[in-house]
Design a protein around this ligand. Structure first.
Ligand SMILES: *Cc1c(COP(=O)(O)O)cnc(C)c1O
Length: 374
């Protein structure tokens, strides 16, 4: 008998296998066009992505990290400003904040949903010794949206900008509205394993404020206002024609892929009740897109190894909180009580496979393997 196939946490190659004919046609179209940078495919994808989200404008850039940096700069963040995010995020969030010239701060998370605890942030900012905050970057981690109405209210009270990190939440909604449309600006990543993934790097800044979109258009290409005339110190961060054309093939299937993820999540939530793992919770009024399905276990490493022996790859996103990483240690501001919930999450989280190309039999195999863990 063949050994059981290894179940991976993502399978970008499956996207190619399923959509091969259309992807091939798009590739040929771009190669034959002679336009490879900032042409009609990028413009068309930008329009289609903005329409999908219900946002004003989308600007294609080279990666999610660049998108966040440019989103922060377009939101008015400048050298020395304090920007708050969470500690259990991808290093990329912190990288983008520092590249925008800002100082990094982390606030506490809600242990049930793993995302920014808005009441805890409110309590921190209400203290007399609270720092002045220029912007907050809510990370819709694992595809679960932050409470954006509550954060919006807090931003008006304390006069900070909200810049969303939507790298894991393509299509997720709060009160019926897609994430990426709540902040003054937002950044998306199209890294191949994300819910909408390219075949290389890519990203987008989203905003409904034309002046801010204008700023990103300039910054992404050398700060040019006119060709060869720079009005700001910019950078080179452009989405390729090829990636845009491939993303246009996949965008119409995004909602169906997210529904498949939700069905798998429902199967896990049902199949893993009354086990030793703690299951993720969904806050009222939000519609997550299950970029990851993250369980908690006090002996996470033993569970990971048990699954590995059963041929199931489970990932740890992320093992080290930002404020304990060598690059950021000692210069991350945080609330007086520290970040015990974020730290505990980093010690206990484990992502089970949840990409849309898993079969029902694969999902049953994961459930059986977790249930067999003692
Ligand atoms: C993937 C990711 C990013 C960075 O995106 P890249 O395209 O890899 O630069 C930023 N934030 C979060 C939360 C991510 O998951």
């Amino acid at each position: 008998m063949d050994p059981q196939k290894l179940l991976e946490t993502s399978d970008p190659g499956a996207v190619w296998r399923v959509h091969q004919a259309e992807l091939d046609a798009a590739t040929r179209r771009v190669f034959a066009s002679g336009r490879y940078i900032l042409g009609p495919e990028v413009s068309a994808f930008e329009r289609e992505w903005a329409r999908y989200l219900g946002a004003g404008v989308s600007v294609g850039v080279a990666s999610g990290t660049d998108a966040l940096e440019l989103a922060l700069r377009a939101a008015g963040v400048a050298r020395g400003d304090l920007v708050v995010t969470v500690a259990n995020t991808a290093s990329a969030t912190a990288t983008a904040i520092e590249r925008a010239g800002a100082r990094l701060a982390c606030a506490e998370i809600d242990p049930a949903t793993f995302v920014l605890d808005v009441p805890a942030l409110a309590a921190w900012l209400a203290r007399s010794d609270a720092p002045a905050v220029r912007a907050v970057v809510p990370v819709h981690l694992y595809g679960h949206p932050v409470d954006m109405p509550a954060l919006g209210e807090l931003s008006r009270r304390h006069d900070f900008a909200v810049v969303e990190d939507c790298a894991q939440a393509h299509g997720a909604r709060v009160a019926g509205r897609r994430v990426g449309t709540f902040g003054v600006t937002a950044g998306f990543s199209f890294y191949p394993t994300k819910n909408l993934g390219a075949f290389g790097d890519g990203g987008a800044v989203v905003t409904s404020d034309m002046a801010r979109a204008e700023r990103v258009w300039r910054l992404r290409q050398y700060g040019w206002a006119l060709r060869h005339v720079s009005t700001a110190p910019g950078m080179n961060s452009r989405l390729d024609e090829l990636q845009a054309a491939l993303l246009r093939v996949l965008l119409p299937g995004l909602d169906a892929a997210n529904r498949r993820r939700a069905a798998i999540a429902a199967a896990y939530l049902d199949g893993l009740r009354d086990t030793t793992v703690r299951l993720p919770q969904v806050a009222a009024g939000v519609e997550p897109v299950w970029h990851q399905f993250v369980v908690r276990h006090p002996t996470r490493e033993a569970l990971r190894q048990h699954l590995e022996r059963a041929g199931i790859a489970a990932a740890v996103l992320y093992p080290v909180p930002i404020h304990r990483q060598p690059a950021y240690q000692g210069r991350t501001s945080m609330p007086p009580g520290g970040l015990p919930e974020a730290e505990r999450a980093c010690d206990e989280v484990l992502s089970l496979p949840i990409h849309p190309h898993l079969s029902d039999a694969d999902v049953a195999r994961v459930i059986d393997a977790v249930r067999a863990f003692r």
